[in-house]
Write a protein that binds this ligand. Structure first.
Ligand code: ADP
Length: 375
């Protein structure tokens, strides 16, 4: 072997050594647990991520069976995984549980691939575990909240249904008798009495409107897991705009939007949300023609939607109250029953999201809501 050839080999070996050292540093600094084991399930390497997630040190685990990490009843699953690996199969993002040194059962996402020797024979497996306990706990909490919501909503619906039935009866009597009075008295009615009868009819009409609003509120936002679909919120916005066509046209409003995503949910809910926000922006407009802009940004596991208008704005002391049932600020000047935003809140509660407003009088308002993104 001449000297030149020898030098070339040395530099190649150095390159490999540097590469291996870099790889080792990456493995060591990973937040995930990176473990290797032989085909009997005996641990052959254990990084710092594994120490942090499972609580065992390298010294405690190397040379010992990986089955130490099995959750109660999980031994069979571990044996099946080893059999798969021996057959050369890959395990990709398999979600399961493991028990830590201090006895906690944690949720992990597991990716395992076979390790082969220079002849291609499988001699073990490399195992990457990601701790997903936080995500699973949040999902469980969301399901629990949805169950509680469904139960209290069923109670509310029953109550509103029964109450509205009972309220409509006397209301009908008021309407019928005031019409009868008007007909019986006819030309004998003086201006004051006529105005009183008109006020009675208007109040009865308003009461009917409130009862209908309440019924709508009580049934809003139901989201059973079986009714969840992929909602194109851009299409939902188009439907809301079509429903409000004449009000938008009459007010010369301009509605613009950025990219709006698809999210899991129910199409009608998003139509209802956008319709409520837009019709409010038209109703509580400022001096200029309404200008409304919608956008959405992704933040970790959720989408944050915003609907900005150039309307009258809302004083900060009312920012929380306007989402309460029947709460109105501009009641005298505009028709409405104070149910729209409460309905929006009810829908968003059901999705496990948040809803709020940022606004100053005279400076327009921006309504925000969040909903979970596709996982
Ligand atoms: P309604 O419009 O029937 O009164 P909502 O629940 O939709 O009921 O709204 C509650 C109150 O919040 C409204 O009465 C109004 O005072 C205020 N509000 C809602 N949206 C806006 C907006 N875009 N700009 C200014 N005020 C608003």
């Amino acid at each position: 072997m001449n000297a030149g050839h020898r030098r070339a080999l040395d530099s190649k070996e150095r390159e490999i050594a540097i590469g291996l050292a870099q790889l080792a540093a990456i493995v060591e600094s990973s937040d995930d647990a990176i473990i290797s084991k032989d085909l009997k399930g005996i641990v052959t390497s254990w990084n710092r991520g594994a120490e942090r997630i499972f609580g065992y040190s390298k010294e405690e685990m190397i040379g010992r069976p990986i089955a130490i990490l099995a959750s109660p009843g999980g031994q069979d699953e571990m044996s099946r995984i080893l059999e798969k690996i021996a057959r050369g199969e890959l395990i990709d993002h398999f979600e399961t549980t493991r028990r830590t040194k201090d006895g906690r059962d944690i949720h992990i996402s597991l990716t395992i691939s076979p390790i082969r020797d220079s002849e291609g024979l499988i001699i073990g497996a490399s195992n990457i575990s990601r701790d997903i306990t936080e995500r699973i706990t949040a999902e469980k909490e969301r399901l629990h909240q949805a169950e509680l919501f469904a139960r209290s909503n069923a109670d509310l619906q029953y109550f509103v249904y029964a109450a509205s039935h009972d309220l409509r009866e006397p209301l009908r009597t008021i309407v019928v008798y005031s019409q009868l009075l008007e007909r019986q008295l006819g030309s004998h009615l003086d201006a004051d009495s006529s105005a009183s009868l008109t006020a009675i009819a208007a109040a009865a009409g308003r009461m009917t409107q409130l009862i209908e609003g309440l019924l709508e509120y009580s049934t809003a936002g139901e989201l059973s897991p079986s009714s969840v679909e992929d909602v194109d919120t851009q299409l939902a916005l188009a439907a809301a705009v079509a429903n409000l066509h004449s009000a938008i046209h009459d007010s010369k409003a301009v509605i613009t939007h950025d990219f709006l995503p698809s999210v899991p949910g129910n199409q009608l809910h998003f139509v209802q949300l956008f319709q409520n926000f837009i019709s409010n922006a038209l109703k509580y407009r400022g001096k200029n023609a309404p200008s409304i802009h919608l956008s959405a940004k992704r933040q970790r596991g959720e989408w944050e939607f915003s609907i900005r208008d150039n309307g009258q704005g809302i004083s900060p002391e009312y920012h929380a109250q306007i989402f309460d049932l029947f709460k109105r600020l501009h009641g005298q000047d505009h028709p409405g029953s104070g149910i729209g935003l409460a309905t929006c809140k009810k829908i968003i509660d059901q999705y496990g999201g948040r809803i709020w407003v940022e606004s100053q009088p005279g400076k327009g308002s921006t309504f925000f809501f969040t909903v979970p993104a596709k996982s």
